[in-house]
Design a protein around this ligand. Structure first.
Ligand code: OX2
Length: 836
């Protein structure tokens, strides 16, 4: 059925094959060739960026070579399923170092560049990452692509090629300032544009019924606007395997970029107007985490990439002999939260209108195709679209949604006769206020599998947000706890620790993370603990140098590095951390000779530009730094740093240098968290609540090796139900009162008592995230942390055990769970050289 594609062989290690050779000589020749023949540069005058691009192109050749072979292997096994991971965000991080590690040519490339007097470290440092995501959700998608390729599961990530990703953050006068992200500015060498694979996407217009040749009632969609989606492919190679999958991101373009009729009559602005409006769709990422926008452009973005993806999948399916009614046998599509949920009516539309399937058959295919992952319980984060807006943009989809809903409501009434309240709750349409479409309900009805991202989160989903759905479709629900890739977050980010792990446990841990269990006996070895501390100390020294460089603040690598990096959000409670710092500060002011453990508090994370409280929390952190850092009574024992522009790249420097990981969200709020895993895997101990995946981390590492504090999710609920009075907590706790009063006094704001007033009032009168309720428990727990720190051997022992027991949190385990519970797909080994 398929032509036998004969791709170039993966070359042997010898022979200077500039396209495929993996030895230093071939690599250095390849880099040189790119400089000369592709970029038109002489090595003597080439800039750092020129060398970076040439290096990246040389690596990319080796990736695409494997990509072509993977595709070839797939085409020869047309019965297998391919995973389509549909996500509005992919936070890929820098590509060079990770690809070198996956190819196993890190050292060879170092030598190749060295021959040209270039340092590989400089190339890696030079790289700008594509920030096409906000935080955990986008980074999870990237970790999953890494694991899919490593496990040799055929997969494509589908998303949007935003021209401007997440803003870059500067701190000016202690406040966050947002600057436009320019990841494409100097060229992005890892992708290939595929204009020949462009697809058309329709918007607006109207529908009309007609009768086809067979006398069947059909519907036609006459769009008001057509936009072109152009795929840009980035190869995703697995670790030390030959499977190379794809990340396919779509850029919006005008169908016709230049209107000659307008140009000819002198209307130059109008001549490019279509181009401008079309390209707006993929222009910019909405810089919001776990909170929807409700903006028409956002819905346009969602439909745009989903329509591109489904067309692409269907085209491949039909081209290789598939029939529309067997689509689900070739594709397993995962909805990464509700953002891509319009894929459900889109697939229905294509099967019904373009391929003439009957409703029941189309619905069966659709449900078997999709799985839905929920990532948040926050009520304000559940997406809804006003029906008028949705209908104006996607008139045919709205009709299909109404029909899905009619059948859904009939089904509910059959199972629960007379229970109209249940029908109202489960309906796809919210009838109260402005009529709107509930995307989570649409995702639930259109998917055969629904999962949360940590055990507690799935339980809460089942008992609260989606309880009606569990009652009716219990078999659809499962949990898949998140994971992170140990390749990027240990092998690439922490070479010191990686080397020590290799020497101690063997070098299979990056793909069999459970093998780290072999570390456990070494926790009792004093000499090993000393080496463990040395690795951490070196990572801290390096981070201290970067902190000095970026913030001007000098920090002591021998102090306890107490770190909280993640999006700034009230539920994540960065301000609880600040209350603890100010508690220590006050104690020192009262008694400068107090014996406190020297600590460096590092914060990092972006606030959504429109989220005023989050921005004020950043100012509170920097103001705390200003107060504490140079106070003579503190004598350098406390330092507070806000590390600007937290990103994947910066994270790779920060996680390996942490002693203490702050995972202090209000119980029941953080769906999973993944930063918690990255820290622990790098040997930080966690101070945390029983929230998200913290619970499972604690179960794995052992309660004795985890600093637990705070209310449980149940306790939070009953405290709120019983009428929580934060003001009472404040009045009864002297130290808390003093700290809150300090913030309210204006002492952190040059005497301006108004600056933090709203924050303080919010805590005293509402405190929806129970900051005051958890304060004392948190401060007491921090006292236990300090006591343990004074015993370096006990600390190191715990740190080693944490790393040893993190096997569960490899994203490889998560992907295996998805394969088994949701996608029902298995690995596809790409034939090795010489295989038939
Ligand atoms: C995040 C969740 O807030 C976080 O808890 C989780 O670890 C991550 O997704 C990956 O599952 N937007 N971001 C998230 O949820 C939404 C919605």
């Amino acid at each position: 059925m398929f032509p036998s594609v004969s791709a170039p062989e993966v070359s042997s290690e010898s022979g200077h094959d500039v396209r495929t050779g993996l030895d230093a000589a071939s690599l250095s020749q390849a880099v040189c060739d790119y400089l000369y023949y592709f970029q038109g540069r002489h090595p003597a005058t080439a800039s750092r960026n020129d060398f970076y691009l040439a290096t990246a192109y040389a690596v990319r050749d080796r990736l695409f070579q494997r990509g072509v072979q993977s595709l070839d292997a797939l085409l020869h096994r047309p019965d297998g399923r391919t995973v389509a991971y549909l996500s509005a965000e992919f936070l890929m991080g820098p590509q060079l170092a990770a690809n070198l590690v996956n190819l196993g040519i890190h050292d060879a490339m170092r030598e190749a560049l060295w021959r040209m007097d270039i340092r590989l470290e400089d190339m890696i440092e030079h790289e700008v990452e594509p920030g096409l995501g906000n935080g955990g959700l986008g980074r999870l998608a990237a970790c999953y692509l890494d694991s899919l390729a490593t496990l040799e599961i055929p997969a494509i990530g589908y998303g949007i090629r935003y021209e401007f990703g997440i803003f870059s953050q500067q701190i000016r006068d202690g406040w966050q300032v947002e600057l436009t992200d320019k990841w494409l500015h100097l060229g992005y060498p890892w992708e290939l544009a595929r204009p020949e694979r462009a697809v058309a996407v329709r918007f607006g217009g109207y529908t009309e019924p007609y009768t086809d040749e067979d006398g069947r009632y059909r519907v036609r969609w006459i769009p008001g606007e057509i936009v072109k989606g152009v795929p840009h492919d980035t190869p995703i190679l697995g670790y030390r395997v030959k499977t190379c999958n794809l990340l396919r991101l779509w850029r919006a373009e005008a169908v016709q970029t230049f209107d000659f009729s307008a140009f000819n009559i002198g209307d130059y602005a109008r001549a490019v107007e279509e181009q401008v409006t079309s390209e707006t769709i993929s222009k910019v990422l909405y810089p919001n985490d776990a909170s929807p926008q409700g903006k028409a452009l956002r819905l346009k973005q969602q439909y745009f990439f989903v329509a591109c993806a489904i067309q692409d999948m269907l085209r491949a399916h039909l081209r290789f002999g598939g029939r529309p009614e067997t689509f689900h046998k070739r594709w397993a599509a995962q909805l990464n939260d509700t953002h891509p949920t319009v894929a459900v009516p889109e697939l229905m539309r294509l099967l019904l209108d373009d391929h003439g399937l009957e409703w029941e058959e189309a619905w069966d295919v659709t449900q078997k195709t999709f799985g839905y992952t929920n990532h948040t319980l926050l009520p304000e984060a559940l997406e809804t679209w006003p029906i008028d807006l949705f209908g104006a943009l996607l008139p045919r989809h709205l009709e299909i949604v109404f029909e899905i809903n009619r059948r859904l409501c009939d089904g509910i009434r059959r199972v629960y006769p007379g229970d109209e309240d249940r029908v109202r709750r489960m309906s796809l349409i919210e009838e109260q206020g402005r009529r709107s479409l509930r995307m989570a309900n649409l995702a639930c009805v259109g998917s055969h599998a629904i999962n949360g991202v940590a055990a507690l989160h799935t339980e809460l989903l089942k008992s609260q947000v989606l309880s009606d759905w569990v009652a009716m479709f219990p078999e659809r629900f499962c949990n898949v706890t998140n994971g992170v890739t140990p390749r990027r977050f240990v092998v690439v980010a922490n070479p010191g620790l990686s080397g020590l792990l290799d020497r101690t446990t063997g070098d299979d841990w990056p793909v069999h993370l459970d093998a780290l269990r072999r570390l456990e006996p070494h926790a009792e070895d004093a000499e090993f603990r000393r080496r463990w501390r040395e690795v951490k100390r070196e990572n801290k020294r390096q981070l201290a140098a970067v902190i000095r460089d970026r913030t001007g603040i000098a920090v002591d690598p021998d102090s306890l590095f107490d770190i909280q990096v993640k999006r700034i959000h009230e539920y994540k409670r960065q301000h609880l951390n600040v209350l603890h710092i100010l508690t220590l500060y006050r104690r020192l002011k009262q008694n400068p000779d107090l014996d406190v453990v020297p600590r460096t508090f590092v914060f990092g994370g972006k606030a959504a530009p429109g989220y005023h409280v989050a921005k004020l929390i950043i100012k509170l952190i920097t103001a705390t730094g200003d107060l504490v850092n140079d106070d003579p009574d503190v004598r350098g024992r406390l330092k507070v740093v806000f590390f600007p522009n937290f990103s994947v790249k910066n994270g790779e420097m920060i996680y390996p240098a942490a002693d203490l990981s702050e995972q202090i969200s209000t119980a029941g709020q953080e769906a999973s968290g993944t930063g918690n895993m990255k820290f622990s895997l790098n040997g930080a101990l966690t101070i945390g609540t029983l929230d998200g995946a913290n619970i499972e981390i604690r179960d794995e590492v052992g309660a004795d090796n985890f600093f637990l504090f705070g209310l449980t999710a149940d306790e939070v609920r009953s405290a709120k139900a019983g009428g929580y009075h934060p003001r009472g907590v404040y009045e009864q706790n002297e130290e808390l009162r003093a700290v809150v009063d300090l913030i309210a006094s204006g002492a952190l704001a040059g005497g301006d008592a108004a600056l933090f007033r709203s924050l303080v009032d919010g805590l005293l009168w509402h405190d929806p995230f129970m900051v005051l309720a958890d304060y004392q428990s948190y401060v007491d727990c921090q006292t236990r942390v300090a006591a343990l720190w004074r015993d370096p051997d006990a600390w190191s022992r715990m740190s080693i055990l944490n790393v040893a027991r993190m096997g569960k949190f490899s994203s490889d385990r998560s992907i295996r769970d998805y394969c088994e519970r949701v996608w029902h797909v298995g690995p596809l080994g790409v034939p090795t050289e010489g295989a038939p």
